[in-house]
Design a protein around this ligand. Structure first.
Ligand SMILES: [Zn+2]
Length: 457
């Protein structure tokens, strides 16, 4: 971990006195950030971190680098409730901290397949084009806009607010959020987190909705194998490892529907809000189905090494994606039932728990309420619809029972989920200019609503 400040010239340090943030400034910074090719593991990660550090310092806020190795820093900045600048701990009465997270590393792009340069941030047809415009530098800038606005009103903060931009999210987060958690565990206890993964609109059954992620599925990896008698391929015997494994797999996949564990609260809430089980938007229908069922996938398999030899062992790895709060034990029991009596063995290699925001506590309702209001005020008439994130994000390091991790970078209908999904990690990633402005304003309003005391209080 290093606490080194950004390398700045004396002029920059003396520079202008802190001033209020504007949309023009944030848009310009967004363009600059897209032009930094911060591909995971490249020098661009550090460059993007330094850029944000400098921007914060222009507003009088010192960022702290948190780095496993100095060339791959994450950036943390803090606003203390009550305006305390140097307080090490927040006052006793304050609410749990709000943590604004996003990742500033990006996946690479194939320039031959893009309409505009991958890191060009070209403005064309009302859109800004470039890697990171949706995953997730747009969110970084939306959060930063809100953070800098809050900085101007820090005397009214009801909770501490953290801005945390990480690297290595696309590489598994060992240098990013996982490392930050290992050295700053206090940030992760009971925090109120704004994350990536949601905020995309969808048109379902004649109405507009804004998807808000409120949880993530658990991922469990299981090695499963069978042994038999090996030998030359010219004389296959009855005792073949491959055939035994195949029978085991057939049973496991045939009974997938019996893997009936975990919470379906998000799924049920989705049905309630849309008012139907039949969704006419295919992407929406997939997202709805995903929140209601467990699935098993086969990652890879290892059967023999030479074409003329019957292998003595056949092995594969299954990946279970199960609903929040489905336990490792429940998966083990399911496997035990399916494989009973078969000469097939299994071993749980890893289990990463899922999570879901607490539906019984009022914070989710409050959050949805303030998001609905802010959207309506900015001309988006749809309703907020909760969902489970489609995969795992850095939010998993914050998720736990009763957690408050919301995936929310609000966008307009022109950047609906159907439009956005193929572009993330694909080509021609781009965001509508007006979506970006809308997202900055809406998220800022929601964050202010949840972090500021009423005036005159
Ligand atoms: Zn990504």
């Amino acid at each position: 971990m290093t606490g080194a400040a950004a390398v700045m010239t004396t002029e920059e340090i003396r520079g202008d006195a802190p001033r209020g943030v504007t949309m023009e400034e944030i848009r310009a910074a967004f363009i600059d950030m897209i032009r930094i090719p911060s591909v995971t593991g490249s020098a661009g990660e550090e460059e993007a971190c330094a850029y944000l550090e400098k921007l914060l310092s222009r507003h009088g806020i010192a960022g702290e680098r948190i780095a496993k190795i100095p060339s791959r820093p994450n950036l943390l900045a803090v606003l203390r409730a009550g305006g305390g600048k140097d307080a090490l701990e927040s006052g006793g009465d304050n609410l749990p901290p709000m943590v604004l997270i996003s990742h500033i590393d990006v996946v690479d792009g194939d320039p031959g397949k893009w309409t505009h340069p991958v890191f060009g941030a070209v403005s064309d047809a009302g859109r800004i084009w470039g890697r990171g415009t949706l995953d997730t530098k747009h969110l970084t800038m939306m959060e930063l806009y809100a953070f800098l606005r809050l900085a101007e009103m820090r005397n009214r903060l009801s909770r501490d607010v953290y801005f945390l931009a990480t690297i290595d999210e696309e590489g598994g987060s060992a240098y990013g959020m996982e490392y930050v958690k290992s050295v700053r565990p206090e940030l992760f206890a009971g925090a109120y987190v704004i994350n990536e993964g949601g905020g995309f609109p969808l048109h379902i059954n004649g109405r507009d909705y804004m998807m808000l992620t409120v949880g993530e599925k658990a991922v469990c990896k299981v090695r499963i194998w069978a042994e038999g008698t090996g030998g030359h391929a010219s004389a296959p015997g009855d005792d073949q490892a491959m055939l035994k494994l195949a029978e085991g797999l057939e049973r496991i996949f045939a009974s997938e529907a019996e893997l009936n564990c975990g919470s379906r609260r998000t799924h049920d809430t989705m049905r309630e809000i849309v008012g139907s089980d039949e969704w006419d938007n295919p992407v929406g229908a997939d997202i709805y189905g995903y929140a209601g069922q467990n699935s098993i996938g086969m990652r890879n398999y290892q059967i023999g090494e030479r074409s003329n030899v019957i292998p003595a062992r056949a092995e594969t790895v299954l990946e279970f994606r199960v609903l929040p709060y489905a336990s490792e034990q429940e998966i083990a029991e399911y496997l035990g039932r399916q494989l009973a009596g078969l000469p097939v063995r299994y071993e749980i290699m890893s289990y990463e728990p899922g999570f879901e925001s607490h539906f019984e506590n009022s914070r989710l309702k409050e959050f949805i309420g303030s998001l609905n209001e802010a959207c309506a005020r900015r001309g988006f008439s749809g309703r907020v619809l909760p969902m489970l994130a489609l995969g795992r994000t850095d939010g998993r390091f914050f998720g736990s029972e009763g957690s408050m991790v919301y995936g929310c970078s609000p966008l307009l209908m022109g950047d609906s989920f159907d439009v956005v999904l193929p572009k993330v990690h694909g080509c021609d990633e781009s965001i509508l200019e007006e979506s970006f402005t809308f997202g900055c304003q809406v998220l800022c309003e929601v964050i202010e609503k949840n972090c500021l005391k009423e005036e005159n209080q």
